[in-house]
Design a protein around this ligand. Structure first.
Ligand code: ADP
Length: 417
């Protein structure tokens, strides 16, 4: 194992996800998840991974005798905020004598506005800019800032790096990011399309090009990142040319609980007919819609598929609406890339659901896309590869994403490791 480890932190308003990553190999050594932060029930769970470079003789001390993937939970009732969680993480590292090997910290930051088209070392100026971006991401950016401040106070000597979900999409042309509303809104409030999942697309694009035997600079790719949140991205010459999410992650595809695209009159319709205010409508479209709203059952794609198989009408409809809309979006992204060399699936659903992939590609035969059902069934659960018919172009690929690794790579580079 290398003597340089990177801590990757992803903070939500009441949660903190962390991963300790070997800067050399990219392997995860330890991951953690703190939940219910800011409440007295807060706790943090640590999970250890077998690390190929830890010699068997060292394992007992590294993993304290725990087997691969073993978990253990620590209460944060004494100090239940984000700083308490980062302190518990430091205590855990100290128990295993790992604390001095951590050389830098990478933070997932949701919104970098127009200021950041790449990752940056966090300085006071960067923090001030992230504060300015709060109106664009009122839930996410304050939580990310809390994580940064917690890391700075617990690890004062380490370099912190910010890696933005929006940065990769800063190459979108003006005609792709401009909303057809009065231009003044852009000038005054930065109201435009930004896009998200950029760290995932940036990781997946070169990996897909490699499978195709090409340079990413010579590829036209449409990448579908399908998790609880979902978006598609048109990547040409290694750059984002368009994406389905907008000023917030609500725009675009049908997601777990988000509606995606919807008639902009929805707000006035629901105000007049259901007596809802803006907050209630925003909540409905973000948290009660999508697969959950249509199926009246679940936001989880696996549950939806199982119920659809058993004949649940809502689940069947949710799956149909989701895949039809996804196919329409993929086709529209081919406009941005001016034709495509490959469609790439990633994210929890994209990597695992042969059903969603098959249904979606089924709509796209007119673009020349095909699916080899045997390859489609076989390429799941972490496998990467081509799932279209042999020799047919455009190809259809599955490429598992790894946003944490991408954050660690940027952090290592910017911290000069
Ligand atoms: P997040 O956006 O929270 O990171 P993930 O990328 O982990 O989410 O994706 C979660 C989604 O992936 C869930 O809807 C889950 O049901 C789905 N998923 C995971 N495994 C499968 C599977 N085998 N078949 C269908 N869907 C799956």
């Amino acid at each position: 194992m290398s003597d340089k480890l990177i801590l990757v932190l992803n903070c939500g308003s009441s949660s903190l996800k962390g991963a300790l990553i070997d800067n050399h190999s990219g392997e995860v050594i330890l991951s953690c998840l703190a939940e219910k932060l800011t409440t007295p029930d807060a706790y943090i769970t640590f999970k250890y991974f077998e690390h190929p470079n830890v010699k068997p003789a060292d394992r007992a001390s590294w993993f304290n005798g725990r087997a691969d993937g073993d978990k253990h939970e620590v209460s944060l009732s004494g100090n239940h905020d984000h700083t308490g969680a980062v302190q518990a993480l430091l205590d855990e590292l100290t128990t295993h004598n790992l604390q001095n090997l951590v050389k830098a910290i990478g933070h997932r930051v949701v919104h970098g506005g127009e200021k950041y088209s790449g990752s940056v070392v966090i300085t006071d100026d960067v923090i001030a800019t992230l504060e300015e971006c709060i109106p664009l991401a009122p839930l996410h950016n304050p939580a990310n800032l809390t994580g940064i401040r917690a890391a700075q106070s617990i690890f004062p000597e380490l370099t912190n790096v910010g890696v933005f979900d929006t940065a990769f999409h800063q190459t979108m042309p003006e005609h792709a990011y401009t909303y057809a509303v009065p231009r003044e809104l852009y000038r005054k409030y930065g109201f435009r399309r930004y896009g998200f999942h950029g760290t995932s697309f940036r990781y997946v694009a070169p990996a897909a090009a490699q499978i195709l035997g090409k340079n990413v600079e010579d590829c036209a790719l449409v990448i579908a990142h399908l998790g609880n949140g979902a978006s598609v991205c048109a990547v040409k010459n290694g750059e984002s040319k368009d994406t389905s999410m907008g000023v917030t992650p609500l725009e675009g595809l049908v997601m777990g609980t988000r509606s995606g695209d919807i008639d902009p009159s929805t707000c006035s319709f629901l105000a007049e007919n259901a007596g809802m205010d803006v907050k209630a409508v925003t909540d409905l479209l973000n948290k009660k819609s999508g697969l959950l709203g249509i199926s009246e059952l679940s936001n989880d794609c696996r549950t939806i598929q199982e119920a659809a198989d058993e004949g649940h009408a809502g689940a069947k409809l949710a799956l149909e609406v989701m895949t039809y809309r996804l196919a329409k979006y993929i086709a529209s992204m081919a406009v941005a890339t001016d034709g495509i060399d490959a469609l790439v699936f990633t994210g929890g659903i994209g990597e695992n659901s042969n059903v969603v992939r098959s249904k979606t590609v089924g709509y796209l035969g007119f673009l020349g896309l095909t699916i080899d059902e045997k390859a489609n069934d076989a390429t799941r659960f972490g496998a990467a590869g081509i799932i279209s018919e042999a020799g047919k172009t455009p190809a259809v690929l599955v490429v598992p994403t790894n946003e944490e690794r991408m954050i660690a790579m940027d952090t290592g580079r910017l911290a000069g490791l």
